[in-house]
Design a protein around this ligand. Structure first.
Ligand code: CA
Length: 226
């Protein structure tokens, strides 16, 4: 743990969404695997978790370079990403993450500011949060794809999150599930709690800069309530 962890009282918790609040990552991993197969490329499902947080274009370009030895064209990036979204959207809505409601409510009761920091740009995002986590999130306390120039692993989304919470880095913690998200939070100098809700080796999250790793959100709630 960082020695300077929370010199000041905890004022805000910055939450990632996919893989933390919603168990949506299996759908994303499947969609990436399938869409790459359709285009003659191979992206193992588990590897998709390593790219979580990257923009769709960047992911496509990276795999294309590796598999075809060249950059993806703009047309390829557009059409592959479109197909990936179609495959993802064919799934039923992702279930809420077990333990997330308990955690959010415990934090709210403790008077801690809750901020959402996601790379997602779905227009229905707030309504969906309200259905599963009523009264927890506020529209002016959300950082989405529309608020940032550089996505994770750049620290910008989490720096914007601090700004929206009106707190400094040492008054906040981040809850993340993905290596690139952890990297972003770590680069923003915020104490980072990783919840390993996917198939990754926990060491991957530690290596990305997580200060502590829990195997599930439920186990984080347990630790918090203690
Ligand atoms: Ca995530």
């Amino acid at each position: 743990m960082k020695k300077d962890f929370l010199k000041k009282p905890l004022k805000a918790v910055l939450f990632d969404m996919d893989g933390v609040l919603f168990d949506s990552m299996p759908y994303h991993a499947n969609a990436w695997h399938e869409v790459m197969k359709m285009h003659g490329m191979h992206l193992p499902k588990e590897e998709a978790y390593m790219h979580e947080g990257r923009t769709g274009r960047e992911t496509i370009n990276l795999i294309c370079k590796r598999q075809k030895g060249r950059e993806a064209t703009a047309v390829e990036m557009e059409s592959i990403y479109e197909s990936k979204c179609e495959l993802f959207n064919a799934n039923p809505p992702a279930p809420e993450m077990p333990g997330a409601n308990d955690l959010l409510n415990a934090l709210k009761q403790a008077g801690i500011e809750i901020v959402l920091v996601t790379g997602s740009g779905q227009h229905s995002l707030f309504d969906r949060l309200e259905v599963h986590y009523p009264g927890i999130f506020a529209k002016d306390k959300m950082v989405t794809a529309y608020d940032v120039v550089k996505g994770k692993p750049n620290p910008e989304p989490y720096l914007k999150g601090l700004e929206k919470a009106g707190v400094s880095a040492d008054e906040a913690i981040v809850v993340e599930n993905a290596p690139l998200g952890v990297e972003a939070a770590h680069a923003a100098n915020i104490f980072t709690v990783a919840v390993n809700t996917g198939p990754l080796d926990p060491q991957v999250l530690k290596d990305s800069g997580a200060n502590i790793v829990f195997p599930s959100v439920n186990q984080l709630v347990e630790a918090w309530t203690k």
